[in-house]
Write a protein that binds this ligand. Structure first.
Ligand SMILES: Nc1ncnc2c1ncn2[C@@H]1O[C@H](COP(=O)(O)OP(=O)(O)OP(=O)(O)O)[C@@H](O)[C@H]1O
Length: 746
């Protein structure tokens, strides 16, 4: 997934190979049904449109002497009317007088905050068109579908806008009535007579394109507006794709909230975009429920989250939390690192069993009776009866902490039974008092001691005997040795916790006390998670649903996901539907074809991506002499800088210092990933280990063999190379002095 490597440094512009203005495919003679708010009183019958003068940057003008405005003029009028309606909606909210309805200061504050948020949500953002499409239905949706029922038209945009009497001017893209905008086809027109797409230039409505879906005689044409939008350079932070969501993407975006969906998708197929739009859709469709339970987007690192953070607000959703898996499990400060082998074992699902044993290791069968003294009487519960209670608690599948809370009441109940047998009539208050009795508390502490999750994991990783007692039969002696800390920690404060240790603490925490579940979780770049990390995420959506996004071919951790079925079972969502996206939007044709040569070696079961990009992309593979490599790389960067947009120089991590020096010596300023690009600094030097998720207009790739060699094994090396090869939006230049990996030489 892209990260924020492509920060804004220039207004998004259309590259020279893309037509700067898109012409309407159809004649601007608009004989269609008029949208009711736009052209009240205008009626029209559907006829075949004539070929006409194109609407280009200069809008269609009515021929001299013709008083009626052209269709583009009418659409512009609707745009202006919608903007005015939005302004009026905002004014209405601004004019709200809350002095009468707020009884106290706190209520007034809350209400004022809500009003402020609403005013913000109703802002008319310059450069963000209020609508991007229009649907003319053959019949009124939901109404009588009999021939002759009146059709209706709807403008589709990012939010609802209504006029003074409540009639819709613009319909939210997420509303059911908008769905055919994304899904209707000539094969299945979904009662749509006309689908119109609008083109904007600098916020100005400058073009439109029509498809008469129910007209069998109309030829199929590919949408130029759609293509232009897809080809638009992806400069700056990630932007929404509401205007161009594709049918296969829409299926995932609008999938039911109750089911979980797992999306396997090649690089640039829009997994991140789909995941974010799905959150926005679910919030629209189930606003109250999800406002109560919460939604969360999980991404691989902070810079990725920064890159995507503007998409949901642009779609009107301001309250979606974003976090990395490390953020979720941040119970202890991370100060240490693990060897790959130790991290792999700590991330293995068997650790959940080890921890379960560890948490329960303190449970002891009572040896002594409990004697409760009340007034002049002593009540005695014998050890064998206490043992029965403890055993029953241990057998039940409830959290350790919940059982610990229930135990005093169970013991008190045994005391109360005796009281009743002796002719007393104790009530609930007596039971509570007995449960709080010191003798009962002492017995509970003895047989069901309190567990501090972090201290427990610390003990497990520090004490070989404790490790053995918990891991016997689960981890081999070598595996146990591998994960024990070389230097046992003396206390919580001095422990050198690693990222994998924090996940263990989270698991232990959940064994003690159930982790709260959110309504929906989107998990991006899932393929790199360990089974224990999947479990940590799964706990956070145990009663909700999840959208899992990833690409098995891009898994570069030692524990990378082998199959989605396995991952989903660790996540606790084995029933999730698995979908595959293969149409790539980022990487141009030639470049993705080149990168896909690696697929048989790194993920033989995956279908290669096909690019929907019209631009074939510029692909150069240049062999150079070893002593000239740095110089050639610098020259390729300089050459790429001749193009508009961002440049990423991706190299094996060990090559980075030398290349940094070469760039500096050549006077080429460069940034590190995560630093913001600007008009003066468009070049980023990217260590291959950090390339995942980044997106650059032009990529210069240094020495593929070195990228492969920098990884612990060939498959991980080739996967790292695959990630690096699939970051380019417009052009890729590969420079090598060593032979290319055989798989690539193809
Ligand atoms: N329907 C679409 N219309 C226009 N642009 C799209 C569409 N779908 C995806 N894109 C664009 O394609 C690029 C890649 O999308 P995204 O980052 O979501 O892909 P990804 O599958 O997550 O990629 P990777 O696996 O490489 O991280 C983005 O710039 C995104 O805006």
């Amino acid at each position: 997934m892209p990260s924020h490597a492509r920060k804004p440094f220039t207004e998004p512009t259309v590259e020279p190979h893309v037509a700067p203005h898109v012409e309407p495919l159809e004649a601007p003679t608009d004989t269609s049904t008029q949208p009711r708010a736009a052209a009240a009183g205008t009626t029209g019958t559907s006829t075949r449109p004539r070929q006409g003068t194109p609407d280009t940057d200069s809008p269609a003008r009515p021929p001299q002497g013709t008083p009626a405005p052209g269709p583009l003029e009418r659409e512009r009028a609707h745009l202006a009317a919608s903007r005015a309606a939005l302004k009026a909606m905002r004014h209405d909210v601004e004019a709200l007088d809350i002095s009468d309805v707020t009884g106290n200061w706190v209520n007034a504050k809350i209400l004022a905050g809500e009003i402020e948020a609403r005013i913000k949500a109703l802002a008319d953002l310059a450069g963000t068109p209020l609508f991007f499409g229009r649907l003319d239905y053959l019949h009124a949706p939901g109404g009588d579908l009999a021939e002759g029922a009146a059709g209706e038209s709807f403008y589709i945009g990012r939010r609802h806008v209504h006029d003074a009497v409540g009639d819709p001017m613009v319909i939210d893209w997420r509303a059911p009535v908008s769905q055919p905008f994304y899904r209707a086809s000539r094969a299945e027109p979904m009662d749509v007579r006309l689908r119109r797409r609008f083109g904007y230039t600098g916020g100005e409505l400058t073009a439109y394109e029509d498809e008469h879906l129910s007209d069998a005689a109309e030829a199929d044409t590919s949408s130029k507006l759609l293509q232009a939008e897809i080809e638009r350079p992806r400069v700056g932070p990630m932007r929404d794709i509401v205007a161009t969501i594709q049918p296969e993407q829409d299926e995932i975006v609008r999938a039911d909230v109750s089911g979980s969906v797992c999306v396997q998708g090649a690089p640039g197929t829009g997994k991140t975009a789909v995941g974010l739009h799905r959150v926005a859709y679910l919030l629209y469709a189930h606003r109250e429920r999800l406002a109560r339970t919460g939604t969360l987007v999980i991404g691989p690192n902070a810079s990725f989250l920064q890159y995507i953070e503007q998409v949901l607000p642009a779609l009107g959703e301001l309250h979606v939390k974003q976090a990395t898996v490390d953020d979720l499990v941040a119970h202890v400060p991370i100060r240490g690192t693990d060897s790959a082998q130790a991290a792999r074992i700590k991330g293995d699902a068997r650790m959940a069993q080890v921890l379960r044993r560890a948490v329960r290791s303190g449970i002891r069968m009572p040896k002594e009776p409990v004697v409760v003294v009340r007034g002049s009487r002593r009540w005695r519960v014998p050890a064998y009866e206490l043992e029965e209670i403890v055993r029953e608690m241990a057998d039940r599948d409830i959290r350790y902490g919940a059982a610990r809370e229930a135990l005093p009441q169970r013991i008190a109940h045994a005391v109360l039974v005796r009281m009743e047998q002796a002719g007393e009539a104790p009530d609930d208050r007596v039971q509570d008092a007995v449960a709080r009795n010191a003798a009962v508390k002492a017995a509970v502490k003895e047989c069901w001691p309190p567990v501090d999750p972090a201290k427990l994991v610390l003990r497990l990783l520090s004490e070989p005997e404790f490790m053995t007692s918990c891991a016997q039969g689960l981890l081999s002696p070598e595996e146990q040795r591998e994960i024990l800390w070389a230097k046992p920690a003396r206390g919580l404060a001095s422990a050198k916790w690693s990222a994998a240790d924090a996940v263990l603490v989270d698991e232990a925490q959940d064994l003690v006390q159930r982790t709260g579940s959110l309504g929906h979780v989107v998990l991006d770049e899932a393929q790199d998670l360990s089974p224990m990390q999947y479990r940590a995420v799964g706990r956070r959506c145990s009663t909700g649903s999840a959208t899992i996004l990833g690409d098995l071919a891009q898994g570069t951790t030692p524990w990378a996901t082998a199959t989605w079925a396995e991952a989903l079972s660790h996540l606790g969502k084995p029933e999730a539907r698995i979908e595959e996206l293969t149409r790539g939007f980022r990487v141009p044709r030639e470049v993705i074809a080149y990168a896909s040569r690696l697929l048989p070696s790194i993920a033989p079961d995956l279908a290669p991506a096909t690019s929907v990009r019209e631009s074939p992309g510029a692909l150069f593979v240049r062999p150079v002499a070893a002593e000239e490599l740095d110089e050639a790389v610098v020259a390729a960067c300089r050459e790429s800088l001749g193009n508009e947009g961002s440049i990423g120089l991706i190299a094996a991590d060990p090559r980075v210092p030398e290349l940094a020096a070469a760039l500096t010596a050549a006077g080429l300023a460069h940034l590190a990933p995560g630093e913001e690009t600007s008009a003066d600094a468009r070049l980023t030097l990217v260590p291959a280990s950090l390339a995942k998720g980044l997106e650059y207009d032009y990529v210069v790739l240094d020495e593929p063999a070195a990228i492969v060699a920098a990884e612990p094994d060939a498959r991980t090396g080739l996967r790292r190379l695959y990630v690096a090869l699939t970051r380019a939006v417009s052009g890729l230049t590969v420079l090598h002095s060593a032979p290319l990996p055989a798989e690539l030489a193809g």
